[in-house]
Design a protein around this ligand. Sequence first.
Ligand SMILES: [Cu+2]
Length: 177
Amino acid sequence: MQAPGTNRDADFQARAKLHKRQYDCSMNRRTFLTIWAGLLSVATLTGCDKTASENTTQWPLVKECSLHQQACTAQQGDASATLKISPHPIPIAKPLGIEVALNNLNAQKVELDISGLNMYMGYNRVTLMSTKPNYYVGTSMLAFCTSQKMQWQITLMIHQPDGTQIQIPYYLETINR
Ligand SMILES: [Cu+2]
């Protein structure tokens, strides 16, 4: 283990990253504090979210709309994003068709991230392809889970040309049969 850096800025940035990382990984508070207290070398803090330092705006979670039944739209001001995941209902461990339509959002790159809310289900992120203006498609998959009920957060990550990022999260629940 390396000695913690003495540079204050680096220290601050490391803490900010840690904080972000905790949010992204649902790391529990105790683990977070343990790591923070140690302020381990930054080299150990890899994985999870490589864009943690990116300037990110998070939209509210879309929860009222069921992706099992329909396309769901998130809206903020005049900007909106519609996500459709096929087939309906959304199966586990089968290829999924992803379609995203953007409105008044300046996207350079669009990614779809799937994370387990009630259980860590690993890193699952794909880059969507633009097939026509403001329209992105791709394929993804929900990981198989031994737990009966899984709660997922499906996040559209809109990378804008100025380097900032908009994250648009959708809620999804699956029941294992
Ligand atoms: Cu699980």
